[in-house]
Write a protein that binds this ligand. Structure first.
Ligand code: NI
Ligand code: MN
Length: 226
């Protein structure tokens, strides 16, 4: 399984011969200006919620590479009305089998509305199982006690957690989240993209180290194998 960071909360995961793209916010992101958007051709597009910094490039990818959209019912319906009918709607607690593995849609404590004001349902995150591995993409969320459930039923190889504070949990709460989900390897996201969410990288890494965890802050454009 290969994980490439595309800035903010956007990741491309290549697994079982398929490309999964999460929360595309590339073209408006100054930090991701070296990413060649034309070269990204996802088979699946996963959207955690409707905010601009998670769906900005969604239509571009839906038009150019015709991926299957996986999100909540409201977001899939929204893009369906815009002529992108290839979608799989989910809601909390559902686990669905796709050709690369399974996806479970789980709760996030946040808000959600689409950029044009359309109601976007409740915000969520995804637990993905593929190639015998398991990971959790939390989306935008506060620390929540419900994360303990994920730790109880999943054996996570890694998790992608927001750490930028202000709009989501910050580093200290993300450390607790990593304990709740019983996961050692955490990839940080949702930091540094705007002044509100700038963080001290070394301090953040130390906070995780002190808890016996590893915080990975990926360079934009770079990949990791799991
Ligand atoms: Ni958000
Ligand atoms: Mn966000």
């Amino acid at each position: 399984m290969n994980v490439r960071y595309l800035g903010h909360s956007c990741f491309e995961v290549e697994t079982s011969g398929k490309k999964l793209l999460f929360d595309p916010y590339i073209t408006p992101n100054e930090l991701a200006k070296d990413i060649l958007v034309e070269d990204i051709k996802p088979d699946y597009l996963l959207l955690s919620h409707g905010h601009q910094d998670h769906v900005a490039d969604a239509e571009r990818f839906l038009e150019k590479s015709d991926p299957l959209l996986i999100s909540n019912y409201e977001i899939v319906s929204y893009f369906g009305h815009k002529k992108h009918k290839k979608g799989h709607p989910m809601n909390f607690g559902g686990r669905v089998k796709f050709d690369f593995g399974t996806v479970k849609y789980v709760q996030a404590v946040h808000s959600s509305v689409l950029p044009d004001g359309t109601y976007a349902g409740n915000p969520g995150g995804f637990v993905v199982n593929s190639e015998g591995k398991s990971f959790y993409f939390a989306g935008d969320t506060a620390l929540t006690y419900d994360m303990k459930l994920i730790g109880e039923y999943e054996n996570l190889d890694f998790a992608i957690l927001p750490i930028g504070d202000n709009f989501t949990m910050g580093v200290d709460d993300a450390v607790i989240a990593s304990q709740f989900i019983q996961c050692k390897k955490i990839i940080g996201c949702h930091y540094d993209s705007f002044p509100y969410i700038e963080i001290d990288h070394q301090k953040a890494k130390r906070a995780f180290e002190n808890a016996g965890k590893e915080l990975i802050l990926m360079e934009i454009g770079k990949s990791l194998s799991f």
